[in-house]
Design a protein around this ligand. Sequence first.
Ligand SMILES: Cc1cc2nc3c(=O)[nH]c(=O)nc-3n(C[C@H](O)[C@H](O)[C@H](O)COP(=O)(O)OP(=O)(O)OC[C@H]3O[C@@H](n4cnc5c(N)ncnc54)[C@H](O)[C@@H]3O)c2cc1C
Length: 564
Amino acid sequence: MSKKIVVVGGVAGGASTAARVRRLDEHAEIIMFERGPHVSFSNCSLPFHLSGIVENSNQLIVMNPQRFKKQYNIEARVNSEVIAINRNNKSITVKDLATDKTYEEAYDKLILSPGANPIVPNLPGIDRPHVFTVRNVVDIEKLNAYVKQNKVKHVSVIGGGFIGVEVAENLRLAGLDVALIEFSEQIMAPFDYDMAQILHKEMIDQGVDLNVNDGLAKVEENHIELQSGKTVNTDAVVLAIGVKPETNLAKNAGLEIGETGGIKVDHNYLTNDSNIYAVGDAIEVYHQLTHQPTRLALAGPAQRQARAAADHIYRIPHQYKGVIGSSCIHVFEQNAASTGLNEKDAQRAGIKYDFVYIMPNDKVGLMPNSHPLHFKLIYEYPTGKILGAQAIGKGNVDKRIDVIAAMITMGGTLEDLKELELCYSPMFGTAKDVVNLAALVALNRLNGEFKQVPVTKVRELIENNAFIIDVREKHEYEKGHLKNAVNIPLSELRDRLGEIPQDKPVYVHCRSSQRSYNAVMALQQLGYTNIYNISGSFLGICLFEYYNDHVTGRDKIVTAYNFK
Ligand SMILES: Cc1cc2nc3c(=O)[nH]c(=O)nc-3n(C[C@H](O)[C@H](O)[C@H](O)COP(=O)(O)OP(=O)(O)OC[C@H]3O[C@@H](n4cnc5c(N)ncnc54)[C@H](O)[C@@H]3O)c2cc1C
């Protein structure tokens, strides 16, 4: 007898499960229920409608119910909310939102992919008509229409995660004044504070009024009030402070909810009911590196889970590896990507780690569009197991992070990454690619060949009048340098040893830490024992300092910035 497969949710996880089931079983009856008017749309492309990069909102819809029926013989019922699961008789109760009528539909296997809802805080004015969230095509059409029809000039975006940053960028590209409000000290939580400063600079360079360490307190007709008391002129507000898994349906049916608030599933995405699976943003997943339950609202994992769940229905084995969390984002002229654990994650998980921060060019310097690629690699100490990486630059950061994601998934170490043979031609990269170089530097660290201090400690060094050598050439130094750094170019180092003290720590930097590393190695071999490389060097220091200098008006530690 053919199976009856019922799916709740008709977008990333739901539509993918339905399509995979059809490929595995031509005879199955497949019904997919979607509360909204659209199935199978590109959530990830929604923000790009605000700038006009996606000109017409219809382009966001990948498949409609008619095509689902014709091409896949899948019945997609839109405007149909599943309001209950009746586990005893293996049926669901559906409310037809067009007629308000309810009916029951039986299932053999039920797959839940209801996603996650934008969090709406309970604050004064939050239900005003100019407050929006972004989850689906209807939401983005509403926001876009409101902006156009009301000739909106000022928008406040609340929340500096992926959705907030993308919405802020696209509204800014549309010519609006945009304020971005973030409660924590930085936007984009997958990045460490030092790397996030590069994104902060990009935001303010592009004219976004970025407010960190502040939260929304109140929405008024023409402005918002922040927790700090600051008011921001605002004609429209977009809430993007995070998402909450849609678990009511599961909860009411007695399905188990995990400790992180997502639906609890096993390694085959089965809930505690052997006829009900759950996938996507609504579930709790297992983190491959921290060995802890977590949640991960991303499209790639939702698709993989969908396939695995469908396969399990048909007894096709699937090896569950858990998640590592790989993501990327375009922030005006910068691309940013990350995978695995950042420093904060490793600390929280109690994992002993070290990291390197390098910024070689993403292509051979002679090539057009060759730019520095800021790359931070985090590895377990002392095993050298790769834990995570973050990359920011104008070039292909996603390629580098994908390499690291593959390494992490395969349990790779710094030695593996060092030996990884990658393709190369000057237009694409460098013979020693950023990721290989990061492994080399990290191995030098791991083997105790040199000591380093991070960019985050340089201000303290300056304030304590530490001895800092800038080994760039004189003309570079003169364009801008650390306030009390001594200029001894690498090319003169061996002739000017008399100027370098033996009795106190000496900190060395150049532009990107390449020359300073050479200087550190030379000095160590010449008998100096207390030498530190400043990881990130002048470029990294300038980027790290800039945003806070700008917003606080504090004393700068550089005579002039250099960002190139
Ligand atoms: C603006 C935006 C940008 C994003 N950008 C990226 C990105 O760049 N990269 C990335 O990896 N991820 C991105 N994501 C996240 C990604 O879209 C989600 O992780 C993915 O869609 C999750 O799939 P899902 O099936 O769990 O949920 P969804 O795709 O949200 O689908 C769930 C559907 O279930 C329906 N539903 C819920 N309850 C019921 C019910 N009771 N009855 C019937 N239907 C119901 C909902 O209406 C919804 O349409 C983005 C998300 C948004 C909103």
